[in-house]
Design a protein around this ligand. Structure first.
Ligand code: SAH
Length: 236
């Protein structure tokens, strides 16, 4: 099933202030300061995390956890990534305004909303139909969280999104045994893939740059622990 929706609002008016209080904004500022202390440097990334109300991606009863720097269960055995991890991956991705981005693993939709602060063109694909439906409902209820051009899909993102390829940036938010060939094929020349690669217990963050049709350069960064990438070119 592939579903597409987009809002008509201008990207600069993504967030509806009424859904967000002074208290939330203060908590976000403190969180962003903590991320800066931990080494996140890119001001556009820090700015995006300062703007997106992470508490709106939690069930109301768990809202108090939203501005702690930790991952949190979102159901179906999955988690919303830790803010540090979101900032780290987003910084490595080096998204420029106007670039076409694919996110694999929509989950709660939070990382997608952060990416939308950096470029209006984001496709995100989620394997779990339960999470897809829930996140789609949440974002439909908060259209201001989406920019024109945001597209949500349900399917196996280990195969990428051939019907919308190529992408200048691809971000995988689940741990893979190896970079899926389909994702490499769907990068533009000069395009970059950021993906955690390893076994079930820990993964190294990897950035792959497509320098030419067949030329790929691989860089390795810190260790993380993600939920597994399932599907045909994931863990199955
Ligand atoms: N980016 C998310 C965090 C997601 S956790 C957020 O901001 O909340 C990883 C997600 O990847 C889970 O929701 C899981 O269901 C999804 N996933 C795992 N394998 C997948 C696959 N092959 N294709 C698409 N999504 C996948």
């Amino acid at each position: 099933m592939h579903l597409l929706f987009s809002s008509l609002l201008h990207p600069t008016r993504l967030i509806q202030p009424s859904a967000d209080t002074y208290r939330h904004r203060g908590q976000r500022r403190a969180l962003v300061e903590a991320l800066r202390q931990r080494g996140i440097r890119d001001e556009r990334v820090l700015g995006a995390l300062a703007v997106v109300p992470r508490h709106l991606f939690f069930a109301p009863e768990f809202e108090a956890h939203a501005y702690q720097d930790k991952a949190f269960p979102i159901g179906e055995g999955q988690t919303i990534s830790q803010p540090y991890t979101v900032a780290y991956q987003t910084e490595l991705l080096r998204v420029q305004p106007g670039q076409r981005v694919l996110e694999v693993g929509t989950g709660s939709g939070y990382q997608c909303a952060v990416l939308l602060q950096l470029t209006p063109s984001v496709c995100s694909i989620e394997l779990s139909s339960v999470l897809f439906a829930r996140t789609r409902q949440r974002l439909l209820g908060q259209p201001e969280l989406l920019a024109t051009g945001a597209e949500l899909y349900c399917g196996d993102g280990s195969l990428g999104l051939p019907q919308r390829a190529p992408f200048e940036r691809i971000l995988v938010t689940a741990g893979a045994p190896a970079p899926p060939p389909a994702l490499l094929r769907q990068l533009t020349a000069g395009g970059q893939l950021v993906i955690p690669v390893g076994d079930a217990s820990s993964q190294r963050m990897v950035r792959i740059t497509r320098e030419s049709e067949a030329g790929f350069v691989r860089e390795e960064f810190e260790q993380f622990r993600f939920v597994p990438l399932k599907g045909q070119e994931g863990w199955g």
